[in-house]
Write a protein that binds this ligand. Structure first.
Ligand code: ADP
Ligand code: MG
Length: 378
């Protein structure tokens, strides 16, 4: 990300220069609705993120300027000092979570900007939290391992932003590694890196944002969780993780048809993540792509968390010869993630854009991404 705007805004507001810190957004290649089942997710950090210039100011106040929102805020660092602006609460929350863990944070000045699209499923919020968690623990020399940085970000969302998220987004932002995805075991929290470098193998990775978010009646998310918990219980397990299709078939008449389909998706998804990891170790991108489509249609038909627009995008991708395409994120809107052969890329983007526009009256947004490093000082 170009740092000239952040640099000039910091100079304008604070009349000095500070240090630059960056943390990325993330994609998840495969492994959806697996986290609460104790399964795997498979994220990677991207080449888009939040860039912040920061300097200690010798007071007990934070003075923060958001370049993108063009808003300036000052706040103290005690619990009662929480700012109203939602963007500033992410920074305040990180400060508070570090202090709660015994860290001594002093006042600082900051100006920051980002190029992760907000609310598109690429986790601009985790990029923001990780940037400040990494920067403040570095600047104030607070000994914190990477995992704790991710937890500080997650706790910020829980306690200061009203979002009960898992750990994946912050984890990927902090732990990201160029040319690699990270398989995170949501049960043990163990992780391992796998090589993923589409460009080196003649592919590109691109997100297509349907720009729709369906208003949902009831809470499908809680319903899906409840289905999984019921089936796990019948199987005598804490999580669905580790169950096999044979085990599921053996209890088929003790569960509803709906719960059966939900569990079939989750069990399949666990297998698919492992298949993709194995395929990547052999640079077999065709198998990776095939599993992505299977995930899409599993989410659509068995887990029933897709929507018309996302099914349309995955279908158009298939027609264009795209290697892999699927819903990314929880479903009901947002982006598809697509693994596309270099030579088919331009046609796919043009075709998907035109066909989607013709059918839904607006163009999807296109975000090409490159798998990149995690939190860092520049
Ligand atoms: P996402 O899926 O992108 O994480 P969220 O709703 O969780 O979406 O987080 C978006 C929020 O994060 C924004 O409303 C804003 O408060 C904050 N945010 C993210 N990026 C920026 C930015 N570049 N500048 C200011 N605030 C940002
Ligand atoms: Mg978020």
């Amino acid at each position: 990300m170009d740092n000239t705007i952040v640099r000039s805004k910091f100079q304008e507001h604070f009349n000095t220069t500070g240090d630059l810190y960056f943390s990325p957004g993330r994609i998840n290649l495969i492994g959806e609705h697996t986290d609460y089942n104790g399964g795997f997710v498979f994220p990677g950090a991207i080449d888009k993120g939040i860039l912040a210039e920061i300097k200690v100011n010798g007071t007990n106040k934070v003075r923060a300027y958001s370049v993108d929102i063009d808003e300036y805020v000052e706040f103290g660092m005690n619990e009662e000092d929480a700012p109203e602006q939602s963007w500033a609460r992410y920074i305040f929350g990180v400060v508070r979570e570090i202090i709660k863990r015994g860290g001594q944070v002093g006042g600082f000045d900051t100006a920051f900007a980002g190029d992760v699209p907000l609310g598109a499923g690429l986790s601009s919020s985790a990029a923001l939290e990780s940037t400040f968690a990494y920067a403040l623990t570095t600047i104030f020399q607070i000994d914190t391992d990477k995992f704790e940085l991710a937890k500080i970000g997650q706790a910020t969302e829980h306690n200061y932003c009203g979002v009960k998220c898992g750990i994946m987004d912050q984890f990927a932002s902090v732990f990201g590694k160029k040319g690699h995805l990270i398989r995170l075991d949501c049960r043990s929290l163990e992780h391992s890196y796998f090589p993923f470098d589409p460009a080196a193998h003649g592919y590109r990775l691109v997100l297509v944002n349907s720009c729709v978010k369906h208003e949902l009646v009831g809470s499908p998310y809680n319903d899906r969780r409840a289905s999984c918990e019921r089936v796990a219980k019948v199987l005598g397990q804490e999580f669905l993780r580790g169950a096999t299709m044979a085990q599921l078939d053996a209890i088929k008449d003790q569960i509803s048809e709906e719960d059966y389909k939900r569990a079939r998706y989750v069990i399949g998804e666990e297998r698919r993540v492992l298949d993709v990891c194995e395929a990547l170790e052999k640079d077999d991108y065709e198998t990776v792509g095939a599993r992505m489509y299977e995930t899409h249609w599993g989410m659509s038909l068995d887990y029933e968390v897709s929507c018309e627009e996302l099914d349309f995008l995955a279908t158009v991708a298939k027609e264009c010869g795209v290697t892999g395409s699927r819903i990314m994120g929880g479903g009901f809107g947002g982006c598809t993630i697509n693994l596309v052969k270099e030579e088919l890329y331009d046609n796919f983007i043009a075709t998907a854009t035109a066909k989607f526009n013709e059918k839904y009256g607006h163009e999807p947004k296109i975000y090409p991404v490159i798998i990149s490093d995690g939190s860092r000082k520049l």
